[in-house]
Design a protein around this ligand. Sequence first.
Ligand code: NAP
Length: 216
Amino acid sequence: MNVGFIGTGKVGGTLAKSLGAKGHTIYLSSRDPRSFSVKNLAGAIGVNASVYSIQEVILKSDIIIMATPWASTASIVQQFANQLEEKILIDCTNPLKPDLSGLELGHTTSGGEVLQALVPKAKIFKAFNTTGFNISEFPVLESRKAVMFFCGDDSSSRHIVRDLVDEVGFEAVDAGPMASARLLEPFALLWIQCAYKFGLGRDFAFGLLRKNSVHN
Ligand SMILES: NC(=O)c1ccc[n+]([C@@H]2O[C@H](COP(=O)([O-])OP(=O)(O)OC[C@H]3O[C@@H](n4cnc5c(N)ncnc54)[C@H](OP(=O)(O)O)[C@@H]3O)[C@@H](O)[C@H]2O)c1
């Protein structure tokens, strides 16, 4: 598939490398497409990766993975709302307060729902937000896949999102409609606070245990 990236930092860069290694065509963007870091990322992925402006990446891609700071995410979506119509967009962001002490919104809405409301015709999913980029790089710990919940409202494209989450190496779990982002964003905050406040560090992940099941 043609997978485009808005935000090619820690999260976007990690997912781009992972999906590039699976043979997808990777379109990377940057506010400055000539920047060394994004060109370097494309070089590390290989011939199936190239760099364009954000607008070009949206136009060329079947799926867009969004991994930008929350403070700029809504305005980027708003700016490219027309081009994003009918596209699948995977939102990896978390509406974190700048000091990571909490979320800027929640309970009765979520970052994912805010973005979906900005472009009702886009097929927006929340995924890859509930663990660190270092876990997304190697999502198998103790011989088990880390769990990755995803959610979104569009029924026709959710199998595509599930397949991408699987390909990155997670155990993909469909968590239902975009309103479930109200659960997934605080869940991300739990990971962050366990990592930085409660002593676990970044090298842990949440997993799913099932009674009477074979390991995935
Ligand atoms: N770090 C983690 O472990 C982690 C895990 C899960 C989810 N998240 C979430 O994922 C998102 C990205 O986190 P990150 O750690 O990957 O951040 P990061 O390393 O700082 O990368 C952010 C990227 O966003 C781009 N960007 C920044 N401002 C922009 C703007 N105004 N317009 C367009 N692009 C802009 C930057 O690209 P250019 O400068 O090249 O334009 C950069 O590549 C955040 O919402 C974060 O909460 C992070």
